[in-house]
Design a protein. Structure first.
Length: 276
């Protein structure tokens, strides 16, 4: 089935996708523009195997996982496909990629979408699929029009004990990039400035080829790849912001959960940011 990867309203890659109830896998592609976004700098038609790895890694960064809520409950909406003249109802827990298909793979972190030229997915009644991004977090995370909210406290009492430390940290470090909101009962919210651009650390690794079977060497190799890529694409200030991660996270946590980490860019300023 043919899909199109778009940046804003511009089609940039045609995707030939093997899509079933079990998987969404790109099997071929055609680049449609001479000016691809930074993260696709190594995508071309000369090395299809490498290009397919890049595109499928990009997809896998976004596939909705039912145990990780980056959206509210999919409210009463029933989706189905018509296959061989039979209606097949979609179970999002068994076929989570259909959440992304229904939502055109929209994400709160960028301007990319993936659309099909065929209207093969249908729904009846209800509404409520929001922008989906696969943050590898165990906390309920919801998107509102004004920000991203994460339920990190078990109770209001638990929150009261420590919330002043959170407020002080975020208001002091990130005031130029976001507003910290602690008004919800057990959640904290990040209201990002409208001029903030997200640079996904996970997306900077979509063209990384594993180089070692030794996990410790592989950690070093990934970090070198990221440093070189950030310096090349965004410059010295971005690299300095990326290096600040060592003060904010355990390196082991970073390697396992880099999908939660971003560089925030506002004009010429960069800062390292992690979701819970």
């Amino acid at each position: 089935m043919i899909f199109y990867l778009k940046e804003k309203n511009k089609k940039i890659v045609e995707l030939n996708v093997d899509v079933t109830l079990d998987h969404f896998k790109i099997v071929d592609y055609e680049v449609l523009t001479n000016t691809l976004p930074n993260i696709f700098e190594n995508l071309n038609g000369n090395n299809k195997a490498f290009g397919l790895m890049i595109l499928n890694n990009f997809i896998n960064n976004r596939i909705y996982l039912p145990e990780r809520f980056i959206t509210d409950v999919i409210e009463d909406i029933k989706y189905f496909i018509v296959e061989n003249n039979h209606i097949v109802n979609i179970d999002f827990k068994k076929s989570p990629h259909f959440v992304n298909i229904a939502n055109d793979f929209l994400s709160f972190t960028d301007n990319f979408s993936i659309i099909t030229h065929e209207n093969f997915l249908h729904h009846s009644g209800g509404n409520g699929i929001y922008d989906v991004y696969n943050l590898p977090t165990s906390y309920i995370t919801v998107k509102r029009d004004d920000g991203i909210y994460q339920q990190i406290f078990e109770s209001q009492e638990n929150k009261k004990e420590v919330i002043h430390f959170f407020k002080e940290f975020y208001n002091e470090r990130y005031s130029n990039f976001l507003k910290f909101d602690d008004s919800a009962c057990c959640r904290v919210g990040f209201k990002f400035d409208k001029n903030v651009q997200f640079i996904s650390i996970a997306d900077l690794l979509i063209d990384y080829n594993p180089k070692s079977e030794n996990p410790f060497l592989e950690i070093q190799n990934q970090n070198i790849h990221l440093e070189n890529k950030i310096l090349k694409l965004y410059g010295e200030k971005a690299l300095q912001a990326f290096d600040e991660k060592r003060f904010l996270i355990f390196f082991y946590d970073f390697v396992l959960n880099f999908g939660r980490y971003f560089l925030l860019k506002k004009k010429d300023d960069f800062i390292f940011f992690k979701f819970f």
